[in-house]
Design a binder for this molecule. Structure first.
Ligand SMILES: [Zn+2]
Length: 344
């Protein structure tokens, strides 16, 4: 269906049908207005490269042993995140101090032990039952042949971004700008072994999927790939137009208003041979009809190698990308009407 809509729009250039289509798009764009944009800008400044750097260094330290699903290092990293949320007074939807969605060993295959997703949230003021889920996988490859796979970009970068975004929304709430819809911060396990944590979550959702407005998934946003070495102020945006026309324009307008990154859609093409759209946790949400955006910096020479270390992250760029995701989530959480998934 989605392909048909675009194909017909393209093939009818100059016709009435095209005009109606472009008018519809213009209407969608005209309706996307950031109220309190000065306030949003101020709050997004609390997302800070030095705080992100501290988090990425901690998360990818040898203490956490490459955060392999089910292993001690992963449990320690989960505990680190839980303590962070307790410290920031960001609560859990699972009950007091219970930040873990436990996943039994039987759910995993081979030698993988039981593990957990880590979740916190901020309750919406007007539509608390509707939720925006921002996610990042916490697990990585662990230790192989005595080498720690630190996973600084994959995915300490996304994990740190998620923690800073949560903190920014909490600061907003304290200033009287709490989100109208609820926002959940979901740290997923088992991504590297087949999107297990998100499969479990979408099979056992904490918030009903029907009331899940969108999923913004962050997986590797701290580095620059070969294509962009000359112009590093970019991010690949994947999946944003697949289920909701509106979501694509919200993302673009958030970027135009606050961050001015190059949004690169090359990896969103159906023809992309790497099929990234199908390869990280957002895809399990998309399968259930939830509109998604996947934020990704592309692959690089240290991808899935022990050399993916925190000294190689571009922290000012990580800050800017995190601010883009924050402002996009802000709109989704505060817009008058919930976004529509019109392309199912
Ligand atoms: Zn990853």
């Amino acid at each position: 269906m989605k392909v048909f809509i675009f194909a017909s729009a393209l093939s009818l250039v100059g016709s009435c049908a095209t005009k109606r289509y472009s008018e519809k798009i213009q209407d969608i764009k005209d309706n996307i207005v950031f109220e309190n944009s000065q306030q949003i800008k101020e709050i997004s400044k609390t997302i800070d490269s030095s705080e992100l750097k501290k988090l990425v260094y901690d998360l990818s330290s040898s203490e956490f042993q490459g955060r392999k699903t089910g292993e001690l290092g992963y449990h320690k990293a989960s505990n680190y995140i839980k303590d962070y949320y307790i410290n920031e007074a960001i609560s859990s939807p699972l009950g007091e101090n219970n930040y873990y969605q436990q996943i039994p060993e039987s759910f995993f295959s081979d030698d993988i032990k039981s593990s957990q997703n880590v979740i916190s949230y901020i309750k919406g003021t007007e539509y608390p039952d509707e939720v925006i889920i921002i996610s990042a996988h916490l697990d990585h490859e662990g230790v192989k042949e005595d080498q720690i796979y630190y996973g600084a970009d994959d995915n300490a970068s996304g994990t740190a971004a998620l923690m800073e975004i949560a903190q920014a929304f909490k600061i907003a709430q304290k200033k009287g700008f709490g989100p109208k819809r609820s926002i959940a911060f979901l740290h997923l396990t088992g991504e590297e072994i087949g999107l297990k944590g998100s499969t479990y979550y979408t099979d056992h959702p904490v918030f009903s999927l029907k009331n899940t407005v969108a999923n913004l998934n962050i997986d590797m946003i701290g580095r620059v790939d070969e294509k962009h070495i000359e112009n590093p102020e970019y991010i690949y945006v994947i999946g944003d137009d697949r289920l909701s026309t509106e979501l694509h324009y919200i993302s673009e307008i958030a970027n135009d208003t606050f961050t001015n990154l190059e949004l690169d859609y090359e990896l969103n093409k159906e023809s992309d041979i790497n099929r990234y759209y199908y390869r990280s946790d957002h895809y399990n949400f998309a399968l259930k009809g939830v509109p998604v955006i996947f934020y990704f910096n592309g692959e690089h020479e240290d991808y899935h190698k022990p050399t993916d270390t925190p000294d190689k992250i571009n922290y000012p760029l990580l800050q800017k990308r995190t601010q883009l995701i924050f402002t996009t989530a802000w709109y989704l959480a505060n817009s008058k009407n919930r976004i529509v998934a019109d392309k199912k």
